[in-house]
Each structure stands twice: as structure tokens, then as C-alpha cells.
Write a protein that binds this ligand. Structure first.
Ligand SMILES: C[S@@+](CC[C@H](N)C(=O)[O-])C[C@H]1O[C@@H](n2cnc3c(N)ncnc32)[C@H](O)[C@@H]1O
Length: 260
């Protein structure tokens, strides 16, 4: 289907789970945190459900889920992980044009997807339309400090920020809060989940060069190669050894937006 400028993840389906690593502890803590918000507001729609890293554990914890994603291969992986059976309804569709009537869900969630959608505000309007009051939207936001952010900023400056991101800058929680406030939803920050990480610069830059991250897909190869060479030299100077774990733990922050 047409992606409307959004970035579908067909080419990442095979490596997605391996490269967007989360420990079992962090995954369990996330399921627990979100599950508590969702249990009284079901069913829950996840837009950009992907391979089900969030949706599948919630389903296993007893939350009634429905998933929408542009990418059939990503949804195929989700089904594979559920032993080849459809664990809950999965729909190939666009978050900016949801194929549902109004007020059919008790809640919705979105992680790592609004930055891929140029018309991310339309996606929010759609979520508010399909979730009934008093429902909740759970949205993961980025954080904007630490060594990885510095490396990202450095790459942005060389490549052009717009090449790295087509939709919401998810490190700007305030922009999301404002957009949802305009739709009548008030923000609450949920307790931070800490993710342990073993990511080294060695591995990160190898993954950038291998095109693992979606932001690399639309960057001219020569521009990307130059930016990586330059950023590697800068990062070696700034942070030292490429084989050390750069940020042993990082925060995963969720906001709950209550619909009146
Ligand atoms: C980075 S993955 C995140 C997957 C999952 N939410 C997670 O946290 O692991 C982004 C997913 O959003 C999907 N996607 C991108 N734009 C979309 C859109 N407009 N509507 C629905 N899904 C979209 C991609 O195909 C991909 O599967």
C-alpha cells in the first residue's frame, strides 16, 4: 500500500529484533508499566506495531491488542514469533488513515513510530478519534542527552537533520504534549524504565554502515559514508575506545495522555 511519505520497515524485518535490543528485565518492566494503564481500558490499538516487541508481551499479559502497520514483512515476523499463529488482529494500514469507526478502542499506544510519519499530527487526530473517553494514549518519547544523542546530533549536522527524521522529533516531548493538548488530552509522565545496553561505537557505526537504521535509507550513500568517517574521528576523540559500552543504561520514557 502507499506509505504517504511514511517509512515502512519491510527491509528491516529480518534484523529488527536483533538490533533494537532490550533486556528481558526492561521488557518485563515495560509490560508491567503499560499493562497497569491498559487493563481497565481495552481493547488497545498499537500503531506501528512492527514485530510486536511491545504488543506481543502485552497480549501475553492478557491485554486485548489490535495492531496496525504499513509493513507486511514486519507483521509476518510478529506472527512467526507467535509460533505461526495470529495472536491478535493485525491490519496492514496507515496510522494517518485508520480503518476503524470512532470510539472503538479503550486505549492506544505508539513506540518508535511517530518520527517516521510526516503527517504525525494526523496520526494523533486519528488516535483521538478511535479511542473513546475516558481512554488513554501511551506514547514513548525520546530523551535528548547523553553520548548517543551527541553522536546523533553530530551526524545530523553533517547529513541534514531532515534526512534523519521525517516526522515528530521524539526527543521534543513538549511538541507532542502541545499537539495532544490541542486535541484535549492531558499529559502524565510514567515512571522511567531503565534499559541496560551493551552497544559499543564499533557496533553502532557498523550498523549505520550496514543500513540497519531507517534514517540511513534515504540518505545519499556518499553523503552517509563521509558523515560516518568524519563522525567516527570526532567520536574517537570525544569518547575514546570504540569497544567500550558507551552508555551502560539509558532511560525509556513513556507519557500517558488522558482523553477527557
Ligand atoms: C521502528 S518500528 C517500531 C515497531 C514497534 N512499535 C516497536 O516499538 O518495536 C516502526 C514501525 O512503524 C511502521 N510504520 C511506519 N509508518 C507507519 C504508518 N504511517 N502507519 C503504520 N505503521 C507505520 C513501520 O513499518 C515499522 O514497522
Amino acid at each position: 500500500m502507499s506509505s504517504g511519505g511514511s517509512i515502512p520497515f519491510d527491509r528491516a524485518a529480518e534484523v529488527y529484533d536483533e538490533t533494537r535490543r532490550s533486556t528481558a528485565e526492561a521488557s518485563a518492566a515495560t509490560t508491567d508499566l503499560l499493562g497497569r494503564e491498559l487493563e481497565a481500558r481495552q481493547p488497545c490499538l498499537e500503531i506501528g506495531v512492527g514485530t510486536g516487541l511491545i504488543g506481543l508481551p502485552l497480549h501475553r499479559a492478557g491485554i486485548r491488542m489490535i495492531g496496525v502497520d504499513l509493513s507486511a514483512p514486519m507483521l509476518g515476523k510478529l506472527v512467526e514469533k507467535a509460533d505461526g499463529h495470529l495472536p491478535f488482529a493485525l491490519i496492514i494500514g496507515d496510522a494517518t488513515r485508520l480503518p476503524f469507526t470512532d470510539d472503538v478502542f479503550g486505549s492506544a499506544l505508539a513506540r518508535h513510530v511517530l518520527h517516521l510519519i510526516p503527517h504525525w499530527r494526523h496520526a494523533l487526530t486519528e488516535l483521538v478519534r478511535v479511542v473513546r473517553s475516558p481512554g488513554v494514549l501511551l506514547i514513548n518519547i525520546g530523551f535528548n542527552e547523553g553520548p548517543w544523542q551527541e553522536i546523533g546530533d553530530h551526524l545530523d549536522a553533517r547529513i541534514g537533520e531532515t534526512a534523519r527524521r521525517v516526522g515528530l522529533d521524539s526527543s521534543r516531548g513538549a511538541e507532542l504534549d502541545d499537539a495532544l493538548a490541542a486535541l484535549g488530552a492531558g499529559a502524565r509522565e510514567l515512571p522511567t524504565v531503565w534499559e541496560e545496553s551493551e552497544l559499543t561505537m564499533e557496533r553502532y557505526f557498523a550498523e549505520v554502515e550496514a543500513g540497519v537504521y531507517s534514517w540511513t535509507w534515504n540518505v545519499r550513500p556518499d553523503l552517509l559514508a563521509d558523515a560516518v568517517v568524519e563522525t567516527k574521528a570526532w567520536a574517537a576523540d570525544r569518547f575514546g575506545g570504540f569497544n567500550q559500552v558507551l552508555e551502560p543504561r539509558s532511560p525509556s520514557v513513556w507519557r500517558a495522555y488522558d482523553l477527557p
